[in-house]
Each structure stands twice: as C-alpha cells, then as structure tokens.
Write a protein that binds this ligand. Structure first.
Ligand SMILES: [Zn+2]
Length: 313
C-alpha cells in the first residue's frame, strides 16, 4: 500500500506520480529538530506571511488547502520559489512564494485567495476518480515530531479511534492519542484511511509502530470495531488490548437495560478488586446469564480495572 505526506498530497502531475512507498524512507526530507510544538502551529497563508523554511511553508499551505477543502496544482517548485494554482483550471486562486535574502526564509509574495471554482466542483473528485481513495494519507510530520514527546513524556498508553469525514475529503480520520503527565490528551498521530478496513488500520498502526516502536508495557485502548481489533492483533499482537467502557456499555445496554445492569456493569469496570468484579458479574449472571454470554462473545478485550496491567496505570 502506498502513502503520501500531506505536503505532497495535492494532485499535481509531479506529485501524483511521486508517491513514496513505505520502504523508501531515505527519500524523505529530514524533520529532525522540529519539535512537536513547532509542528502544531500553522501560520496563516497570506501575503507577506513568512515561514522559517520551505518545508514549513509547504506544510502550512497543505494545512490551508485541507482546511479550505481544495487541492492545488504546483506550477513551479524550485529552491528559490514556489508557484501553485487551484487544481481546478478555470479557478483564479494562485499563490507565489519565494525565498528571502537569508537563503532559507520563505515569504508569500502574491496570493489570490478567492476561488472562482464552485464549492461542489472545486477540483472534481480526483481522489475517487484516480483511485486516490485507495491510498492513505498521513501527516508524517506530526507523527515524527510527536512520537518523541510521547516516548519521553507519556505513559505507554495509546487510544485509537476514528471518525467518518464528511465534505470533500471522504474516508475516515484515524487518530492515536496518548495521555501526558497532566492526564491531558496527547495527540501522537493521525491519518486518513479509505475506510475502517483491516488493511488500512494495519497500515496506520505499522506507520505508528515505526515512529514509536513498542514501548515496554504498552496498552492499546479502542472500541470493538472489528477491523481495528484485527489490525491491532496483526501489528501489536502481544500488547494489552483494552476496550473502551463507554463503547462497551452503549452496546451492552441495547439488550440489557436499566439501573441494575448499568450499576453492576460500571461498578464491575471501575473496581480494582478482582473478587469484587467477579461478584458483580455473578449478580448479573443470576438475573440474565445471557448477559455474560453476550460479554464473552462480543467484548473479549480487557474492560475492567481489576484486570489492567500496572505499567501504564
Ligand atoms: Zn479553486
């Protein structure tokens, strides 16, 4: 499977045919030294905006294009200047940036930031028509920069989830999130998948694994999306795989409603004491033994604190 960096995702003839395969890592620009903070900031694309280098400019331009749901065509990409127009040929959107005298800083010199192409047909559906939807796009810059912060500052806990994208970019936005020292969510990586199939998820996880490896005591938490579960089994077969209790309960309660089930299930999830956990499940079993069968069949991952490993807490 192929993938591409955000900075090259626009479907110009040049970039369209220069996707990097997963094993041509050495062709990639080097972003060492870019901190997670740097990569999170996106400068505004406007006339006289300055960027520390061409990489930062291209990244922010891609962000701008993504946020405004258009694709652009690169007319010139040279060491000293960069010219692009909207991928829709009749559209008047243009950008021209060039290098300053210091030899590194890039500045936007001219910008026509108005699209005359229509919203519904900004660039045609190139992704779908050219098989783009089958490739996966990932912001590798973020992945590389944030992986360091994750490894240095977070416990070995990964939350994985996805949501469907609406609008121009169809597909599924997949995200890997950690928890930092302040118990705040720490974004590690995200990518766009064609859909939530096992192959796409496995691809995303392999990219993630290349960035963060397999930290000691790694825990992965996810919902029970079957393809995601399968992909985790493929890429991280031996890590502790936890299931999100919110997702579990919202599934469980479709069949087993009411205070009795809710209280016992949540107490069973929250208690640190294994015998108490078992006692609560016994209570449920006495009332509805099929509830336990349901759990055993549909929710095989770890969902109760009493069964968590202790490395990731
Ligand atoms: Zn346009």
């Amino acid at each position: 499977m192929y993938f591409q960096f955000y900075e090259d995702y626009c479907p110009s003839e040049e970039s369209y045919h220069s996707r990097y395969s997963t094993d041509s890592e050495n062709e990639l620009p080097n972003y060492e030294g870019e901190t997670c903070e740097d990569s999170k900031k996106n400068s505004t694309i406007e006339v006289n905006s300055k960027f520390p280098n061409v990489v930062a400019f291209r990244r922010d331009l891609n962000h701008h294009a993504l946020m405004n749901e258009f694709q652009y065509f690169i007319e010139k990409s040279e060491p000293t200047r960069f010219i692009a127009r909207c991928a829709s040929r009749e559209c008047e959107w243009r950008i021209h940036a060039s290098i300053l005298q210091d030899g590194v800083t890039f500045e936007v010199r001219r910008l026509i930031d108005k699209h005359s192409c229509t919203q519904s047909n900004k660039c045609g559906n190139k992704f779908a028509t050219q098989g783009w939807i089958t490739s996966v796009v990932v912001d590798k810059l973020n992945m590389m920069a944030c992986s360091k912060g994750f490894l240095l500052g977070c416990r070995p806990y990964l939350g994985l989830d996805a949501c469907h994208l609406k609008g121009k970019f169809n597909g599924v936005l997949a995200a890997a999130t950690g928890i930092d020292g302040n118990n705040c969510m720490y974004p590690i990586a995200y990518g766009v998948l064609e859909s939530e199939n096992t192959e796409s998820w496995a691809w995303f996880l392999r990219e993630l694994q290349r960035a963060i490896g397999t930290p000691n005591g790694l825990v992965i938490s996810s919902d029970t999306q079957k393809e995601l579960e399968a992909a985790i089994g493929l890429v991280y077969p031996s890590v502790e795989h936890r299931e999100c209790m919110r997702h579990l309960y919202s599934n469980f309660k479709k069949q087993f409603r009411g205070d009795f089930f809710r209280n016992n299930m949540w107490d069973a999830a929250k208690t640190y004491c294994l015998s108490e956990h078992d006692r609560l499940l016994d209570e449920i079993a006495k009332k509805r033994s099929d509830a336990i069968t349901f759990l055993n069949e549909n929710h095989k991952k770890i969902w109760s604190r009493s069964k968590f490993g202790t490395t990731a807490k």
